[in-house]
Write a protein that binds this ligand. Structure first.
Ligand SMILES: NC(=O)c1ccc[n+]([C@@H]2O[C@H](COP(=O)([O-])OP(=O)(O)OC[C@H]3O[C@@H](n4cnc5c(N)ncnc54)[C@H](O)[C@@H]3O)[C@@H](O)[C@H]2O)c1
Length: 354
């Protein structure tokens, strides 16, 4: 017998999308890829015209009040694509309404709130996780494979950089991006959720951090640049840098230095993944399984994550993203903010709970 809220195996999943802003097009691409198992039956945005236009295009119902969408019996799961400060109330209401939930990152702006959501979903027997696209980025999947194949030996140190320009959005007082009451935090909250998930997935997590930040966009209320350094669970050191004022196409860079070789990922260069087999490997080895795609490398990973969530619901298996890993990423984000508050002091992080 399926659990109370579990869709029958193989049944089509009926999806309600809440929040029809920037990221929604990529989530909708995920549902298009999953059209054999899922269909968007309802959409919601306080911008009524946007909701009506999407509803007409998708042959779905339009709502401007998310509570009304949650009361719709024709919705099995909801996808929450809202400003950060709305994640907790909307996910809580969705779980109370008996809906499975996928929520964009950060799952919630504090680790305690993340834990409460995970616990609430578990007790209700509902599937819930965070839409952490990092796990579906082709280049990082290749890094996982190379590490597992022992291509670089044991990992000694890691460096990351997430960069792009949010200057215009941060300046705009009508948008939530640069307002503390909408984001709860800036670059560390927004981009750190990705990097610290990556560290948990591939490098044994983070055990301590030291961090500093800068706010260069005068009209904004949140930090737009940050440097977080610290220790990985495997004993090595890391540095993670975030810049929302970099005038360059959005990209991510990952450098992994191991005992036998190193891997450099840079989404803007061709090829984006290079493997170096030691100090005399001056030319390096292009990892040809990952093609350069500056426009779509991220979008395709977001769509793949959405597809995985509905495929998991349809098959009655857990999604690839364990929500506990989203909680742990948020513990590292919090530790970084504590360190920033304490002028770069060392802050330790509790290990991930089983
Ligand atoms: N995975 C990624 O790389 C990635 C990239 C961008 C954004 N995101 C995440 O996606 C989420 C949304 O970001 P975005 O850039 O799409 O934001 P956005 O501002 O473009 O869109 C938010 C939408 O929510 C609507 N909205 C606001 N309050 C509402 C309410 N009470 N009820 C219904 N609708 C409401 C707004 O009208 C807007 O259309 C955030 O959590 C963000 O961190 C993730």
């Amino acid at each position: 017998m399926p659990a109370e809220h579990e869709p029958a195996k193989g049944a089509q999943i009926h999806v309600g999308v809440i929040g029809l802003g920037t990221i929604s097009a990529l989530h909708m691409e995920g549902y298009r890829l999953a059209e054999d198992i899922a269909r968007i039956t309802a959409v919601c945005d306080t911008a009524e015209a946007a909701a009506a236009a999407h509803a007409q295009r998708l042959d779905a119902k339009a709502y401007s009040d998310y509570e009304e969408l949650l009361a719709d019996p024709g919705v099995d799961m909801v996808d929450v694509l809202l400003p950060h400060s709305l994640h907790v109330p909307v996910v809580q209401a969705a779980l109370q309404a008996g809906k499975h939930v996928l929520v964009e990152k950060p799952m919630a702006p504090t680790s305690a709130a993340c834990e409460e959501l995970v616990c609430m979903a578990r007790e209700a027997g509902l599937t819930f996780t965070v839409a952490e696209n990092t796990r579906f980025v082709d280049a990082y999947l290749e890094v996982e494979r190379l590490i597992n194949d022992d291509a670089i030996g044991s990992v000694r140190s890691v460096r990351t950089f997430i960069s792009g320009s949010e200057v215009e959005r941060l300046r705009d007082a009508t948008l939530w991006k640069g307002r503390r009451d909408g984001t709860v935090g800036g670059a560390v909250m927004d981009a750190g959720a990705h990097t610290f998930y990556l560290f948990g997935w591939l490098f044994g997590g983070v055990t301590e951090v030291r961090a500093q930040s800068a706010k260069l966009v005068e009209e904004s209320e949140v930090e737009d640049n940050a440097l977080v350094t610290g220790r990985l669970g495997n004993g090595g050191l890391f540095s993670a840098e975030f810049s929302f004022t970099a005038e360059i196409p959005w990209g991510e860079r990952l450098e992994v230095y191991g005992s036998k070789g190193s891997i450099i990922v840079d989404q803007l260069v061709d090829p984006p993944v290079m493997l170096y087999k030691g100090e005399y490997d001056f030319d390096g080895n292009p990892v040809t399984s990952v093609a350069r795609d500056v426009l779509w490398w991220k979008g395709s990973s977001i769509a793949a994550g959405v597809r995985d969530f509905v495929a998991a619901l349809s098959a009655g298996r857990p999604p690839k993203i364990d929500p506990e890993d989203g909680v742990q990423a948020m513990r590292v984000v919090e530790a970084a903010y504590e360190s920033i508050e304490r002028d770069g002091a060392r802050v330790t992080i509790e290990p991930r709970r089983a």
